[in-house]
Design a protein around this ligand. Structure first.
Ligand code: GLN
Length: 265
């Protein structure tokens, strides 16, 4: 265990390919929350063809992306690179994956055009593309121990994700569709790894979840009971504004076959 001021080592995977609806803001929020505590945070960007050293990073991040980008990333994550990511999480590293990134960390993603993308199998989850998209603001009742709160964000996906017994949902949908629009689950958790459909960016307006990740990431190398609290007045106001908005919108109807859009090409 190290003494001295903690330094958070973040690995941002495929930043130029997997970054929609402000997903990069999650990395900015993580760095910001460390620096406000007087701690350092270092971001390493890794993309296609660049190997992962599981011991060099405390926290991994992968954002969302379209099916086309997901195909490139899927090929790149096959084999050793995916194994390295699994090894890091097994060793206690933290991870946040959003939407398209989340789908690729499951067992497989069958796109709505029939492409089979084998996943990293970090999460016991499978995703199948549907012929409608789940789009809109989301509120989630998050029961993650140490980060019990509502989560607010924005979803836009055709994939329906179903979890197996090897992981558990991040929370229950209050508004929105979540993993599949049917079972009420949103996202998944395995060890310190989180998958979620919530873009937004997610972490700037969900500071408890940001700190859950930072604490778990740092505990692997530093003796830390808890994080020093921050003044989150601004973050909490952003959270409340997003929550008020989604609650005002009311419940979205279930998609019936008649309301379905034509399948995207
Ligand atoms: N292409 C995936 C889907 O539509 C993921 C999209 C995303 O990351 N927003 O399900």
């Amino acid at each position: 265990m190290k003494l001295g001021l903690p330094e958070l080592r973040i690995c941002h995977l495929y930043p130029e390919l997997m970054n929609i609806y402000g997903d990069r803001g999650n990395v900015i929020a993580l760095v910001w929350r460390c620096r406000r505590r007087g701690w350092e945070a270092r971001v390493t960007r890794l993309s296609l063809g660049e190997p992962i050293d599981p011991s060099r990073h405390d926290l991994f991040f992968i954002g969302g992306g379209q099916d086309r980008e997901q195909m490139m990333v899927c090929e790149d994550l096959a084999g050793e690179k995916g194994e390295a990511l699994r090894a890091a999480v097994e060793d206690g590293a933290a991870l946040l994956s959003i939407c398209g990134g989340y789908q690729l960390l499951g067992k497989r993603f069958l796109t709505c055009t029939g492409e089979n993308l084998p996943g990293v199998s970090l999460f016991d989850a499978e995703t199948v593309g549907g012929d409608t998209r789940f789009i809109g603001n989301v509120a989630v009742d998050c029961r993650l121990e140490g980060a019990e709160s509502t989560l607010v964000g924005f979803e836009n996906h055709s994939g329906r994700t179903r979890l197996g017994p090897g992981c558990r949902p991040l929370g229950r949908v209050i508004r929105g569709y979540g993993n599949n629009g049917e079972d009420g689950g949103e996202g998944c958790v395995y060890r310190h790894a989180i998958g979620t459909y919530l873009h937004g960016s997610l972490l700037p307006k969900n500071p408890r979840l940001a700190d859950w990740l930072i604490l778990r990431a740092l505990r692997r190398r530093y003796q830390l009971e808890a994080l020093p609290p921050l003044d989150d007045a601004l973050e909490d106001a952003a959270h409340r504004a997003a929550l008020d908005m989604v609650l005002r919108e009311g419940k979205r109807p279930r998609l019936s076959p008649r309301r379905r859009l034509p399948s995207p090409r």
